[in-house]
Design a protein around this ligand. Structure first.
Ligand SMILES: [Zn+2]
Length: 338
């Protein structure tokens, strides 16, 4: 019997990416289409189905060769109900029954998961955590996403708000306000957006000297990458921003070590371009902050799947659903009902 194939779809604010993965999480082909959330949710649901169809075509497989589909989206959401509720990144969508729609269109078992949880599951199944029993992942981008996997179980929480690691509180004294409206969240300090904001504030201080101010007047803009590059060139101001960012991430990682005691903590997202030096800074702070045993034994690594983690993880969630059904049905593999 041929190895089962799964399609994962990762819906983001800007683009949706779908791909086919085999039973070991190897991607066989993928596509990306613009989300265009502003066109409304009816359009969005059709765009999801079109991305799924194109993913099958990109992998040169027919839909009837697919065992199950997994869909990952940003929150807020009700995971057991398969519904996106009121997603800040997909306005103006509201109460979108994603899972049932995709299931109805393709007639295949369809799993639904939070996008950051799916990315963590992708790394657990087929990436940096492939040999781990438990994994905590931070995805560093515009915001900070989080995911926790323990023994193949995605910790989605009782109310679909589990593993919101971007919003664990790391600063209580004069805390910064987070995009979520609360104060002192990790995301307000360690997202790429927050790194730029902190660098701009430091530059605005009287007497601040940094190559970043030159870059800023030359190009009119600054990215987290500029800050990391300036630090690597020996710029003191940029180096302080990078060092503080490593510290904030280490505080959050330490809280996770003391909660979960996982095999591995994985950092993903665009900021991992900062390289091994940044990771070593995080490791150094964790060694000072955490209990000695988990600090010495938990691995702290970068993610390996890049922007494919979301769709691979969504495909992995599809595989979990399919395997559960296969076991329930006594091993039958030709399941076509939800
Ligand atoms: Zn927050």
């Amino acid at each position: 019997m041929a190895s089962p194939l799964f399609i994962g779809l990762d819906v983001g604010g800007t683009a949706m990416k779908a791909g086919v993965a085999d039973d070991a999480g190897r991607p066989l082909g993928s596509v990306s289409l613009p989300t265009e959330a502003f066109r409304g949710q009816e359009f969005g649901l059709e765009r999801m189905c079109e991305t799924i169809r194109q993913a099958a075509a990109a992998a040169s497989v027919r839909m009837d060769q697919i065992a199950a589909i997994g869909v990952a989206t940003p929150g807020t959401m009700d995971i057991p109900a398969g519904v996106i509720l009121d997603p800040p990144n997909l306005k103006p969508w509201q109460n979108v029954p994603v899972r049932d729609h995709v299931h109805k269109v393709f007639g295949l078992p369809t799993a639904f998961q939070n996008d950051a949880n799916a990315a963590a599951y992708g790394e657990f199944w087929a990436g940096a955590g492939k040999t781990a029993h438990s994994l905590v992942m931070f995805t560093l981008g515009t915001g900070v996403g989080g995911g926790i996997i323990i023994g193949d179980l995605v910790i989605e929480g009782e109310h679909s708000h589990g593993a919101e690691l971007g919003h664990v509180r790391i600063e209580l004294t004069n805390p910064r306000q987070c995009g979520c409206g609360r104060w002192g969240c990790l995301e307000a300090y360690a997202s790429a957006t927050a790194v730029v904001k902190r660098a701009r504030e430091a530059l605005a201080q009287p007497g601040a000297r940094s190559t970043l101010s030159l870059a800023l007047t030359r190009t009119g803009g600054m990215s987290a990458r500029d800050v990391f590059e300036a630090a690597a060139q020996g710029d003191g101001l940029a180096d302080k921003i990078v060092e503080d960012t490593a510290f904030y991430l280490a505080v959050a990682a330490t809280n996770m070590l003391h909660t979960i005691d996982p095999d591995i903590v994985v950092f993903g997202g665009g900021m991992i371009a900062a390289g091994e030096g940044f990771l070593n800074r995080i490791r150094g702070h964790v060694r000072r902050l955490a209990f000695p045993v988990p600090a010495a034994r938990a691995k702290i690594c970068y993610a390996q799947l890049g922007s494919d983690a979301g769709f691979i993880g969504a495909a992995g969630c599809a595989r979990q659903l399919w395997r559960g059904k296969a076991a329930f049905d006594g091993g039958a593999s030709n399941i076509t009902t939800f």
